[in-house]
Design a protein around this ligand. Sequence first.
Ligand SMILES: Nc1ncnc2c1ncn2[C@@H]1O[C@H](COP(=O)(O)OP(=O)(O)O)[C@@H](O)[C@H]1O
Ligand SMILES: *[C@@H]1O[C@H](CO)[C@@H](O)[C@H](O)[C@H]1NC(C)=O
Ligand SMILES: *[C@@H]1O[C@H](CO)[C@@H](O)[C@H](O)[C@H]1NC(C)=O
Ligand SMILES: *[C@@H]1O[C@H](CO)[C@@H](O)[C@H](O)[C@H]1NC(C)=O
Length: 463
Amino acid sequence: MNFIETLQLLAFIFVLPCDEASVPHVSECNFCMKCHNEQISDSFGQRHIQGPLSAGGDRDTATAFDRIFPTTEDIQAKQSRPNCTECHGCRVQLQPLKAVTAFGQDFRVEIGASPEWIFTAELPPSEGGGRAVVKVWCMPFDKVHRTFQWRCQKLDMAVRANKFLIAQQRVVEECGLMDTTVKVWLAPVNAVDPDTGLHIWWYGLWMQRAEGISLNQLSYITRKSFVEETIMDLLQTKLNKTRVIRSAMLDLLTSQCDRHAQNVFINENGNIQLIDNLQAMKFNWLKCGSDSIFLPGTQKYTIASFGGNIVWKKIGSKPKRTVNPMVLLDYRCYANGGKIGTDYPLDLAKCLTKLSSLTVQEIMEQYGFPMQRHAEVLSVRAKDMLSKGFEWSLKHGEPLNLTPRRYKWHEPCCKLGVHHHVVSCGHAWNISMEVPKGDPLHGTEWTKGYPDPGTYLGGEGLD
Ligand SMILES: Nc1ncnc2c1ncn2[C@@H]1O[C@H](COP(=O)(O)OP(=O)(O)O)[C@@H](O)[C@H]1O
Ligand SMILES: *[C@@H]1O[C@H](CO)[C@@H](O)[C@H](O)[C@H]1NC(C)=O
Ligand SMILES: *[C@@H]1O[C@H](CO)[C@@H](O)[C@H](O)[C@H]1NC(C)=O
Ligand SMILES: *[C@@H]1O[C@H](CO)[C@@H](O)[C@H](O)[C@H]1NC(C)=O
């Protein structure tokens, strides 16, 4: 053995975190029950896909989108390999995303209905470390029964969704609003499923893991002392008010239609972070202009103020005795003079100006949106926000919510009070819980067998 070979051998041994250098590389295995991390400098941070298209990533991005599922050839090649009990060459250790601990309590994670699988992982230091979540398509296991079968469905939809997310992120980054949400990028998974030992060699959608728990999880805690002390303190005193305003800006800019309490995370310092930005800029099939607990006049916001029963027009529904602490997410409580108008942060103002100057085609190409409709929605929204201001755009701008889903604005409740264990608004807050005429779910005419509790035409009385 010459000097170089000795060095190589030493390097090999050093690199392997396990005792036996004879452990196979994961690429030699079909299933592998325990895959040790490879401490290589070739970090997938260098290959991950985000940032401006002009940064030379065009071709990479294009191929990465098609790598979120394994090819038939790859699957066949893999199946001819032996199963290993132990191997090396993985990048991270995946964990099922089952529970989180926060506020001195364990919370179960809601398992989504989607066929994609979600794991959590600690990123290697070469990528800056930190906790990440990765979404994987085409897992050959039934989520519930765990039966094994390769079948990938709706891949073109998944590719389009990822293209949209990356394009939208380029906009959000340029507009300086990334602090409100989590970063996402496409990169190889190269790890094994901790339950089955399946090697996931294809790409996944990596996401920075939001800190804390979702507001939905927070609301499951009904212990009186927790509600009265922790929630009040967290959502009132600690809540990062600047970020509330910026979250409202993000959701209006992107015409976000799925911002409910499960997609808003809060940590123990009162900082909020939004996840799951997919349902945005897409009026035509969702028939939604914006729907967010941060945006007054939208349905999700109104559910927080009135309760679901009134908004869904259940027979005989009455206002609840208690006020939902989420009413404190109203940006009007924290914005100067109770409104944003055109008082945007500098980066956002610049970005709105730029977007307004581009054609729809240019927006589509520069940011990489997969559909023209996305660029159309963004273009008109940016122009409105710039020239007519935030509130006008929310009330009257395109894309507009369907009439039965356009609610009157009411005064915000900006402070809570507790009296005899009942949470109420801490100042005079006499709102009338009226709802617009029509079907609140489909946005169509009222068709139920009892009189429509709606009292006005949606969109009326907004000024
Ligand atoms: N970036 C993230 N940070 C923290 N938790 C996350 C993140 N992404 C997803 N989760 C958690 O995983 C759950 C399931 O996610 P997902 O599969 O995307 O849900 P769905 O199928 O409902 O869209 C979410 O409800 C959330 O609690
Ligand atoms: C490897 O394990 C998988 C899953 O348990 C099984 O389906 C397959 O038959 C095994 N292959 C071999 C060669 O043992
Ligand atoms: C509140 O949010 C703003 C905007 O994201 C951030 O700059 C600031 O540091 C946050 N404040 C605290 C106390 O974390
Ligand atoms: C609340 O407002 C309604 C009309 O919107 C009014 O009739 C009622 O008197 C008000 N109540 C209080 C206590 O101000």
